[in-house]
Design a binder for this molecule. Structure first.
Ligand code: NAD
Ligand code: TYD
Length: 342
């Protein structure tokens, strides 16, 4: 079996490749990645020489390149992780989000139609449902919750989801979609909340909380997400959407305080800065469907997962220090330099 994994040099895609290498050693894995600012080839160093692994530097919007790869490799399965994934960047520059997240998805699915495929899996997000009010803890996103995206990022992911379902209905493409909550774990780019706070805390730098820090996310350890996708590929029903999340809701300020405590850093590093535009209040997944149909449940408790993650960033400081020593500095200045303290 040959599987194309797009976006495999990014956070979740790389963790998925490692998980697949461990659990399905006979599967030939083809990693397709454009290596944007978020893609890091050094992440894949341990699998690079594996004879059952191939890395291809390619933009998923490059139709000629994608078709050529399908002709060469004749993949059985495509798992599409490739995306522009950061909400703050989507507020600054929406266009590249539409290009990669929508047109890239369309290009991959056109290749699947043309060359045939057993399964096209779209890695989506709970953010397509918009947000829930803090004062209604009884509400959760189910697969039937209407799409109601808030940011250019989530709107682009919702658009892609609609296109995936349309390709199933119109062309009979054998698709599945997973909509997962916030992930954390090794190899996450230090622009996202948890790694950014770990890196800043270790450098005794301010920890910038948007607004009051009351926003709630439903955090899942990345390996649990990988297991969910594997279960959907093996047992999921074609044409279906599966929500993935673990009833692990935490508000931002509490997470940052836990990171301070774990690293023995003072909470007075925390600064409240200007809020994100259109900031979603609460995400919360109802994972009943994937549990009932596929038997999936998250295995890593938040306390253990956070500890493992912090330890990983301590043990692998070169990985993230290389990132934050380069163009990341300009990004940080652009995003945080103009954010007034509140
Ligand atoms: P990431 O930003 O860490 O990685 C994205 C990868 O895609 C990078 O390696 C990048 O180089 C590659 N890429 C970007 N544009 C490309 C293009 N045009 N062609 C080929 N490759 C391209 O993202 P992530 O956090 O690993 O997220 C992966 C997927 O999971 C995304 O689709 C995202 O929407 C989804 N998701 C993420 C989370 C989360 O918490 N991080 C939660 C739910 C769903
Ligand atoms: P993020 O990791 O960007 O994920 P998403 O926006 O996709 O949920 O942010 C998680 C939460 O943390 C979100 O409510 C925004 C907040 N946040 C901060 O308060 N400060 C920061 O510096 C960052 C990056 C995020």
């Amino acid at each position: 079996m040959t599987m194309i994994v797009t976006g495999g040099a990014g956070f979740i895609g790389a963790n998925f490749l490692f998980y697949m290498r461990k659990t399905h050693p006979d599967t030939r894995l083809i990693c397709v990645d454009k290596l944007t600012y978020a893609g890091n080839l050094s992440t894949l160093a341990t699998v690079m020489d594996d004879p059952n692994f191939r890395f291809v530097k390619l933009d998923i919007c490059d139709r000629v390149g994608v078709y050529q790869l399908f002709e060469e490799e004749k993949p059985d399965v495509v798992v599409n992780f490739a995306a522009e994934s950061h909400v703050d960047r989507s507020i600054e520059t929406p266009e590249v989000f539409l290009q990669t997240n929508v047109i890239g998805t369309e290009t991959l699915m056109d290749a699947c139609r043309r060359y045939g495929i057993q399964r096209y899996h779209q890695v989506s997000t709970d953010e397509v449902y918009g947000d829930l009010p803090l004062e209604r803890p009884d509400l959760f996103f189910t697969e039937e919750t209407p799409l109601h995206a808030s940011s250019p990022y989530s709107a682009s992911k919702a658009s892609a989801d609609l296109l995936v379902l349309a390709y199933h209905r119109t062309y009979g493409l054998p698709v599945t979609i997973s909509r997962c909550s916030n992930n954390y774990g090794p190899y996450q780019f230090p622009e996202k909340l948890i790694p950014l706070m770990i890196a800043n805390a270790l450098a005794d730098k301010p920890l910038p909380i948007y607004g009051r820090g009351e926003n709630v996310r439903d955090w899942l350890y990345v390996e649990d997400h990988c297991k969910a996708i594997d279960a959907i590929l093996q047992k999921g029903r074609v044409g279906q959407v599966y929500n993935v999340g673990g009833h692990n809701e935490m508000c931002n300020i509490d997470i940052v305080k836990r990171i301070c405590k774990a690293l023995d850093k003072p909470e007075n590093l925390i600064v409240h800065v200007e809020d994100r535009k259109g900031h979603d209040m609460r995400y919360a997944i109802d994972p009943t469907k994937i549990h009932r149909e596929l038997g999936w449940l998250p295995e890593t408790k938040f306390g253990d997962g956070l500890q493992k993650t912090i330890q990983w960033y301590l043990d692998n400081s070169k990985w993230w220090q290389d990132i934050i020593s380069g163009a990341y500095q300009d990004y940080y200045e652009k995003m945080y330099g103009k954010r007034a303290e509140v």
